[in-house]
Write a protein that binds this ligand. Structure first.
Ligand code: GLU
Length: 307
């Protein structure tokens, strides 16, 4: 078992070693507000089950969490709705781009999994029906778990997403035409764009995700998910959480993870904690180049993968 000092020193080493890999990637440019982010940022944080928080680099800087948010919305829907969700969305890796239209049409408006954009729109639609306010429910949860009452939407990013959101609108309209959307398309899209624009730091995110490493128990000891539901979310993260590079991510990192095009990745170390990295330069599949590099090195050095 690594000691406290070792963990901090390890994160410092990983920050120094992995950050230069950002030079091999490119920031997401299809959302103008994300294209403006400095690709040189690198942050890494580890929240452990015993309440410790370690961080290095820009680990306290808030960034646009984008699709990392989808792991949390899946948890909030499963917690309220259980298995019935899977009638409306699958749980197989997509093998296609996260915003593919053609796959959705072939599959008659049932998204391949909850983490591609179409699947995330289903999560929001369901959470809207269950709670009346999908974004508000998620934001309240993230604030409580991270202990940061300032967690919020970046309105500039949300506006940028909305004005360049034609593809997401197409996905939502197509699902509505198939009868797989319960709320108005505009409402679902509004909550989706704002959800993707939530900003948290690596430290906030690592704390907020701890329930995934703790068999579904929240920070206050209450139960969000059954043990089995927490297992299932981690399983879907392992197989579908990192776009159509989930196989490569599993091969290199050996942990369930969820990435976003803002350059964040949340990785689950079952019964140990949550490791979060952020570096905005992405590989062609949409995963942070330096982030995956750091996670690969972390599990290689510690042996803390699930395998
Ligand atoms: N807001 C982004 C989109 O809709 C999220 C993509 C992502 O992080 O995977 O394209």
């Amino acid at each position: 078992m690594l000691g406290v000092m070792d963990l901090q020193a390890l994160l410092d080493d990983l920050a120094a070693e992995a950050a230069p890999f950002a030079a091999h990637g490119k920031v997401a440019d299809y959302i103008p507000a994300l294209a403006a982010v400095d690709p040189a940022h690198f942050g890494i944080a580890l929240a452990t089950m015993d309440g410790q928080l370690y961080g290095s680099g820009d680990w306290q800087t808030p960034f646009s969490i984008q699709s990392v948010s989808k792991a949390f919305s899946l948890a909030l829907v499963l917690a309220r709705d259980g298995e019935s969700l899977w009638r409306r969305v699958g749980r197989e890796p997509s093998g296609s781009a996260f915003n593919s239209l053609v796959q959705l049409e072939y599959e008659k408006g049932i998204p391949r999994n909850p983490f591609i954009n179409a699947g995330a729109l289903i999560l929001i639609d369901r959470l809207l029906s269950l709670s009346g306010d999908s974004l508000g429910t998620l934001r309240t949860f993230l604030r409580a778990e991270s202990g940061n009452a300032n967690v919020d939407v970046d309105p500039e990013v949300a506006a940028s997403e909305a004005s360049h959101g034609h593809r997401n609108a197409a996905l939502a309209h197509f699902m509505a035409s198939c009868g797989n959307l319960g709320n108005p398309v505009e409402t679902v899209l509004d909550h989706y764009f704002r959800q993707c624009s939530l900003t948290l730091s690596c430290g906030d995110l690592a704390k907020a995700g701890l329930f995934l490493a703790n068999h579904g128990l929240r920070a206050d000891g209450s139960r969000l998910l059954t043990r089995s539901e927490a297992k299932r979310i981690n399983s879907v993260m392992l197989t579908c959480g990192t776009y159509d590079a989930a196989g490569d991510f599993a091969y290199r990192v050996g942990l369930p993870g969820k990435s976003g095009v803002g350059g964040g990745i949340l990785a689950v170390l079952p019964e140990r904690g949550i490791l979060c990295v952020w570096s905005p330069a992405l590989d062609p599949k949409g995963n942070s180049v330096a982030g995956v590099e750091a996670l690969d090195r972390f599990t290689t050095r510690t042996g803390w993968s699930i395998f």
